[in-house]
Design a binder for this molecule. Structure first.
Ligand code: SF4
Ligand code: SF4
Length: 277
């Protein structure tokens, strides 16, 4: 049986490849050109505005705050009655982060603030998170659990929790697969909540019905859309291009074709039946 129809759809928009950091574990570090960004914004906004029903647009990159027209895009999407969320390394000045909060106040989304320990110091990062929270933001902090970071993460999680800030981890990937953690580290990852709090490290929902493709999709700065990240990885289940009129959503949940699901949005939104693996 399919999970229930998700009332709010979610589109993950990788709107640029540019970033001010060069994290050693960045999944995009082999991208040919890290200086690209979505350019035809009116057509993007029109395409997002035309999606059927309610949608959240989750902006990511690269680092989306580095897109030259970032705030204007957020305002335009909000004006089109889309909820706007963002995945950011939180390196931008506080006034820019607060401008995002102001632009989304009517329909607040979530700020996923990625703590990159190669660049940011946890206490200073927390102080900044609290400042932006005080401005009205909903923020979750995430951190990639590299093997080097892992021994520090429980203490950081507890320290953040004491300040009322949610802290989640993401397993490290190399060549797009989760690295080969030894058993005791896998236990630590699960104790820390698993990938983005799902309790899992590298789950499989193969053959299960999933609404990705109908109520979730990913799209890049060129407008090319796929059912989900594993679909794009395998160059499968292309949904068309948002800018040239070929984009088409599916009508129904369909079986998952992949042996590893790294898309936590469909899992967290009940678009696929969650199970601990
Ligand atoms: S901040 Fe994100 S996009 Fe930028 S280098 Fe680090 S992991 Fe990659
Ligand atoms: S990989 Fe995940 S998001 Fe993609 S179809 Fe399978 S369960 Fe859905």
């Amino acid at each position: 049986m399919s999970p229930r129809y998700p009332l709010e759809g979610v589109a993950s928009w990788n709107m640029n490849t540019t970033c001010n950091y060069r994290c050693s574990y960045c999944t995009q570090r082999f991208v040919d050109d890290r200086g690209q960004w979505a350019k035809d914004l009116p057509r993007f906004i029109a395409a997002f505005a035309q999606l059927p029903g309610d949608w959240e647009i989750k902006l990511s990159g690269g680092e989306p705050f580095r897109h030259p027209d970032f705030i204007e895009t957020v305002r335009a999407l909000s004006g089109a009655r889309r909820r706007v969320s963002v995945v950011t390394n939180f390196a931008s000045p506080v006034d820019e982060l607060c401008a995002f909060v102001d632009a989304t106040r009517e329909r607040p989304g979530l700020i996923s603030a990625s703590l990159h320990l190669e660049y940011a110091e946890p206490d200073a990062f927390l102080a900044k998170v609290r400042e932006v929270q005080d401005h009205g933001a909903r923020i979750v902090v995430t951190c990639v659990a590299t093997r080097e970071n892992l021994p520090r993460l429980e203490q950081i999680r507890d320290h953040y929790a004491a300040a009322g800030v949610t802290f989640r981890i993401q397993p490290e990937k190399q060549d797009r697969d989760v690295i080969d953690y030894p058993e005791h580290e896998r236990e630590q990852l699960v104790k820390l909540g698993g990938h983005n709090g799902t309790g899992n490290i590298a789950p499989s929902f193969a053959d299960q019905p999933c609404w990705a493709g109908a109520r979730y999709f990913i799209v890049d700065h060129r407008g090319d859309a796929y059912r989900c990240y594993p679909a794009r990885r395998h160059r499968n289940e292309y949904l068309g291009n948002l800018l040239d009129g070929t984009f088409k959503l599916r009508a129904e949940a369909q079986p998952c074709r992949y042996s590893y699901c790294n898309c936590t949005v469909p899992q967290q939104r009940g678009m696929v039946e969650m199970r601990r693996t």
